[in-house]
Design a protein around this ligand. Structure first.
Ligand SMILES: Cc1cc2nc3c(=O)[nH]c(=O)nc-3n(C[C@H](O)[C@H](O)[C@H](O)COP(=O)(O)O)c2cc1C
Length: 351
């Protein structure tokens, strides 16, 4: 039986638990990643960052490269299709302080695939391998790659592409065994993960439908994967990470839910600014307050409030006991301002 608390490593990077927090666009902000580490994820990952955005020094894109000192080990994920541009972006990821550079060869969204990036690369193994080898040559940190099974339903292309990427220098592979076409429908076929594990000599991370400790252990046992990755189950629910790593399912109290959400709101506002954060956060209200934790109209009320300060006030009014918890958490966890590392000047300067 695999112990989820057993450390492992990708190249020289030591990872304290067998649980990885998934990269999710529009979700995996620094606040999400720091919370994930606190609840037991051994490795966290940024959402996919555009290499073209980095190349053009797009300010918002560069913001995604901001790392906090208590996030480590952390991967920053890149998407793109040009080996040279991607290698340049990977150098910036390394300079920003990431422990790993992860490559997105799985995104099924048209906006990404039509540029030749994301899951399209599963149909172009030569280009995919060229990207990995260009990046491996450009940086000292390990390169990992996240794949889907292939573009079409039933595809087994990941079993062809995966080993080629390892030959090209990938130090780890993550497989989400759905086709790009499937998006998020159907189920993740982890029999394919087991096949991939048997074909490569680097750690494989299993992604898809890991929602409980039982599922995590079953997938680890049947696939031989080094770790499991959790995505949607952790949205508004960091407690599932604790459950997966440590044991019994535990439904948090209303006070705990409010305290974590308030902390998340405060940190996200620091990270994104009030204007961007207030839109970004709306989906999180449903995620945190759903699951039968609060009556449905309460969420409706929160999404209509115009400032995050009002949201915070309303949340605390619904569970006044949360205040004490928030104070305790804030005294235990360093604030985002204290731990967020400044980006090296060279990143802004184009050097
Ligand atoms: C909202 C959302 C955004 C995602 N964004 C990314 C991304 O930026 N990069 C990536 O590699 N995968 C992304 N994924 C895929 C997840 O990392 C993961 O592989 C997938 O959701 C299956 O795992 P799950 O069943 O635990 O959610 C995203 C998934 C969701 C739901």
């Amino acid at each position: 039986m695999v112990d989820l608390r057993e450390p492992w490593s990708i190249g020289p990077v030591e990872i304290p638990t067998r649980l990885v927090l998934a990269p999710m666009a529009g979700v995996s902000v620094q606040a999400f990643r720091r919370q994930g580490r606190r609840f037991g994820a051994g490795l966290v990952c940024s959402e996919m960052v555009s290499c073209a955005g980095i190349e053009h020094r797009n300010e918002r894109t560069l913001g995604y490269l901001r790392v906090a000192s208590d996030e480590h080990p952390l991967a920053i994920q890149l998407f793109g299709s040009e080996p040279r541009t991607m290698a340049e972006a990977a150098r910036m990821v390394e300079a920003a302080g990431a422990d790993l550079v992860d490559l997105n060869f799985g995104c099924p969204v048209r906006k990404v695939t039509k540029t030749g990036a994301g899951a399209t690369l599963l149909d172009d193994p030569a280009r995919a391998a060229a990207i990995v080898s260009a990046i491996s040559a450009a940086v000292d940190i390990p390169v990992s790659v996240k794949l889907r099974r292939g573009l079409r339903d039933g595809s087994r292309d990941c079993l062809v592409v995966g080993p080629r990427l390892v030959e090209a220098g990938a130090a780890s592979l993550t497989l989400h065994p759905r086709s790009a076409r499937q998006m998020y429908t159907g189920t993740a076929d982890h029999a394919l993960t087991a096949e991939l594990v048997s074909l490569v000599d680097v750690p494989v991370i299993a992604s898809g439908d890991i929602v409980s400790r039982a599922k995590a252990r079953a997938v680890l046992a049947t696939t031989g994967a080094a770790a499991v990755m959790v995505g949607r189950a952790a949205q508004g629910n960091p407690w599932v990470l604790e459950e997966i790593v440590d044991g019994e399912p535990r439904e948090p109290s209303r006070e705990e839910v409010v305290a974590e959400l308030v902390l998340f709101v405060r940190e996200t506002v620091r990270e994104l600014g009030e204007r961007r954060a207030s839109g970004f956060l709306k989906k999180f209200y449903g995620w945190y307050l759903g699951r039968g934790r609060f009556p449905r109209p309460f969420k409706q009320e929160l999404v209509q409030l115009s400032s995050t300060e009002e949201v915070e006030r309303r949340l605390i009014a619904a569970a006044p006991g949360a205040l004490e918890l928030i104070e305790r958490l804030e005294s235990e966890i360093p604030s985002g301002d204290e731990v967020t590392l400044e980006l090296p000047i060279s990143i802004y300067g184009g050097g």
